[in-house]
Design a protein around this ligand. Structure first.
Ligand code: 26Q
Length: 683
């Protein structure tokens, strides 16, 4: 009822609508979060309790909706919660992958990937909307014809394959405001039923191919995080959900408005990284071919509608497509992209801002920057780096387009739902404004010398740690002690995030303990991380951590003081259990590389101290929480960038000069590791 009411209200009020376009929405579970946002969690919990049913047990039946890799996908999910809570008319638009992020098993010291069949038992949190189905066309060739009336060139797509895009809507419940927005994810269905109506041979073949295309297109999420893989199927996925979403955005606008020239007054298309960039060309195409606008008119509407968020400066993550791929998959966009390139080249001679480069490769970020009205980074430092180095050429041309939007997290999932004990204490002390307005948390400072509140905080942390210990015992048969320091690094495995640095620290501690130098308080080092299946070094680092777990936990001299735990299959639900139980939050990326980070915020909110570098949003967290709560080390981003420029950093020199570093590195290839079958490639 609230969902329908919200949509009717939007229809009446006619506010501007934002379409958040994202290849990923890492939603996690819906049940507990929806109850929290409806402010019905406690009541339902108590009612079930009276019936002898534990709500947690019911929650545990729900699989995570893991339609994302990591930070970028989880950010999209947090934004949907916040947009609904703040009363914005917003849609999330994405893909209904039949298989989400792979499940990670640990077998004999290695990561093994298994498929995530999350829809196996049905999904009660979605409604199929057959009535909004859209046709999406792929491939074929383009015939140019003069329109006899206008004399304009018309681009006609022939010999294409079609897929029917069918939307499924999931409710996004706002917190305590009776509003419900929509996440619309598209599934694919073949248009022709080849059993019935395709008798002649050519048609039959085509029908089979279309059936196959529909099946493969939404089959699985690409499991790469912060790494570009130029796969044709990925491009098909991108065009599939973008074309369907834009067709619906335009149709919806025209149901209530008659002047398509003013589309931008009521619609913003926000692109989550460059993955949805075909939207720029597709919107141009729809406006010209389907709605009769001239090039200049379509251009004006498009450039006032589209906006782009950048999430990385790393070269290996920048999306570039050979024009040949685009000709094969989306030939209808190629003439448009060529004109977009031509216009840029006429205005700016600088090769570095071209859309199609000399090797006939299309730079997706360049399309977004030239043809969108906004380019934002995701933390102050990251935006500065974009402006001053990575995208400096563009910043000089379009200084006003660049802006910062430091990432954030929803307090509903990352505090109210995952940490009911801390929530209760906050409710008792600072009441509940902070649930909708994070800045109200500062009120807690009034209690900074209040012994009873401080004691409660310690007790809450201890209880959460006991819960985590019980959970790890039950799920992985690992025993840890809640009286030790829980030192946690959970995030995707990536060299720049430096789990290997944490591993070296653990080896150093191990060697110290062996020499009789004991830590004041015993340490439990906890990791959780998935490696992209083809990322060999990342998999080696997981193997290293698992070998350390084996050696250290089974060494009776060391294990009373140090233990290592690799949590299997780290995901949103496990994050909700780990984060409230953390003492030390590891945020140790090589400065300049982590655009923002969002785990850093979740841990800080739940009362862990941070050990981190001056990277991403750590910088802003540092300014807010001060030196008592975040312990900063390592090179600054300026220093790192300088080292790259001069190419003057030699890891080997540190290895040679520093005996502790040498001992830790040598341990990795030493006898003990080989004895437990640790593979030699770690060398
Ligand atoms: C690209 C092409 C082909 C296949 C996959 C991809 C791909 C997929 C996912 C490229 C990048 C990603 C994910 C990037 C990501 O998660 N970036 C993170 O975004 C967070 C939210 O802004 C930041 O907090 C992190 O710092 C940033 O690493």
């Amino acid at each position: 009822d609230r969902w329908l009411m919200t949509q009717e209200q939007y229809k009446k009020d006619d506010p501007k609508t934002v379409y958040y376009m994202s290849m990923e929405f890492l939603m996690g579970r819906a049940l507990g979060n929806n109850l929290i946002n409806l402010t019905d969690y406690k009541e339902v919990q108590e009612a079930l309790e009276e019936m002898g049913i534990n709500l947690n047990v019911i929650e545990d039946q729900e699989p995570d909706a893991a339609l994302g890799n990591g930070g970028l996908g989880r950010l999209a999910a947090c934004f949907l919660d916040s947009l609904a809570t703040l009363g914005y008319a917003a849609y999330g638009c994405g893909i209904r992958y039949h298989y989400g992020m792979f499940k990670q098993k640990i077998e004999n010291g290695y990561q093994v990937e298994t498929p995530d069949n999350w829809l196996k038992e049905g999904n009660p949190f979605e409604i199929r909307r057959e009535e909004y189905a859209k046709e999406v066309r792929f491939g074929g060739n383009i015939r140019v014809e003069k329109d006899p009336k206008t004399g304009r060139d018309m681009f006609i797509q022939e010999n294409f394959e079609s897929v029917l895009a069918i939307p499924y809507d999931m409710p996004i419940v706002g917190y305590n405001n009776n509003l419900v927005n929509t996440l619309r994810i598209w599934d694919a269905k073949a248009i022709t039923d080849f059993h019935l109506d395709s008798f002649d041979r050519g048609e039959y073949q085509k029908a089979v191919e279309q059936e196959n295309l529909a099946k493969t297109i939404v089959e699985v999420l690409y499991p790469n995080d912060n790494h570009y893989a130029g796969k044709e199927l990925r491009l098909k996925q991108q065009y599939f959900f973008i074309s369907a979403s834009l067709q619906e955005a335009v149709d919806k606008y025209l149901r209530d408005h008659d002047d398509i020239h003013k589309f931008y007054e009521k619609v913003t298309i926000q692109m989550n990284d460059t993955h949805p960039t075909v939207a720029v060309a597709e919107l141009m195409r729809l406006l010209m071919d389907e709605h009769g606008l001239e090039w200049d008119e379509a251009w004006e509407v498009t450039t006032k509608t589209c906006a782009y968020t950048n999430h990385t400066i790393m070269a290996e993550a920048l999306e570039k497509w050979p024009i040949g791929y685009l000709k094969k998959v989306v030939p209808q966009l190629v003439p448009i992209i060529e004109i977009l390139d031509d216009k840029v080249r006429r205005r700016f001679s600088d090769e570095s801002t071209a859309i199609i480069d000399r090797n006939d490769t299309v730079h997706m970020a360049h399309i977004d920057i030239h043809y969108g009205f906004s380019v934002n980074g995701v933390a102050a430092l990251h935006t500065d780096i974009l402006k001053q180095s990575e995208l400096n050429h563009f910043y000089k041309i379009y200084p006003d387009k660049f802006n910062n939007k430091t990432n954030g997290i929803t307090f509903r999932r990352w505090l109210l739902h995952c940490n009911p004990r801390l929530t209760a204490l906050l409710d008792e002390t600072i009441k509940d404004e902070y649930k909708e307005d994070a800045s109200k948390l500062v009120k807690l400072l009034e209690y900074k010398d209040d012994e009873t509140v401080l004691k409660r905080l310690l007790e809450i942390k201890k209880e959460n740690k006991k819960d985590l210990a019980a959970y790890l015992k039950e799920t992985q048969a690992i025993e840890i002690d809640a009286d030790t320091i829980f030192d946690i690094q959970v995030k995707r495995l990536h060299e720049y995030k430096r789990q290997q640095l944490n591993a070296l620290y653990i080896i150093d501690k191990y060697l110290e303990i062996k020499e009789g130098i004991l830590p004041k308080t015993p340490i439990t080092a906890i990791f959780g991380a998935k490696a992209a299946p083809a990322y060999v070094i990342a998999k080696d680092i997981i193997h290293l951590i698992l070998c350390l777990q084996e050696i250290i936990n089974n060494d009776p001299e060391v294990s009373p003081y140090l233990k290592v735990v690799m949590v299997e299959n780290y995901n949103v639900t496990k994050a909700e259990k780990l984060i409230p139980a953390c003492d030390i939050s590891e945020q140790i990326s090589l400065a300049s590389k982590e655009a923002s980070g969002t785990g850093n915020m979740k841990f800080m909110l739940n009362g862990a101290v941070t050990l981190g570098t001056e990277d991403g949003a750590n910088v802003e967290i540092h300014e807010l929480v001060g030196d008592d709560n975040i312990f900063v080390f390592g090179a600054s981003s300026d220093e790192v960038i300088e080292h790259y420029k001069k190419a003057d950093y030699s890891a080997k020199d540190y290895y040679k000069k520093n005996p502790k570093i040498k001992a830790a590195v040598d341990f990795i290839t030493g006898k003990q590791m080989m004895k437990i079958g640790c593979k030699e490639s770690l060398e």
